[in-house]
Design a protein around this ligand. Sequence first.
Ligand code: PNS
Length: 162
Amino acid sequence: MSTRAIYPGSFDPVTLGHLDIIHRSANIVDELYVAVLNNQQKNPLFSVEERVEMLKETTATLSNVIVTSFQGLLVDFAKRVDARLIIRGIRAITDFEYELQMAQTNRIMEHGLDTMFLTSSLEYSYLSSSTVKEVAMLGGDISHFVVPAVARKTREKFCERS
Ligand code: PNS
């Protein structure tokens, strides 16, 4: 039986930390859906279409990765694509409480749906999309945190806004 998993997130924007989890997960499962949450309430910097596009560009070499977006509950999306495994990255103990709560909530709603946690690689354990946005907004160099195309698009966003 082949394993189909979902790596969900906001990806606003995709960081090297996310890409590390995507590459490692794609080596473990047969098919990986990278699913971008379409949630305007979070007031994202990038539209969902832009986030999907950046993820598609940065994962183009991975033949078993499918990038898409979803709205509403993750458990409903999982049912639609017939996936029984969710993958999330854990950077530090501070991530754990929220991740545990989400994993338990999802499993209560959908018993067959498990969450697998990958510990982030040490070099990305400090990294988040929020940090990337803050550094970019203040004119700092984000080239250590994201791929060059994403760095350029993030800088452009802040230029457009100012
Ligand atoms: O990258 P993020 O913002 O930490 O990702 C959070 C995400 C998208 C995985 C989470 O907010 C989510 O699954 N949202 C969909 C709504 C849902 O299913 N909520 C119930 C589970 S708590």
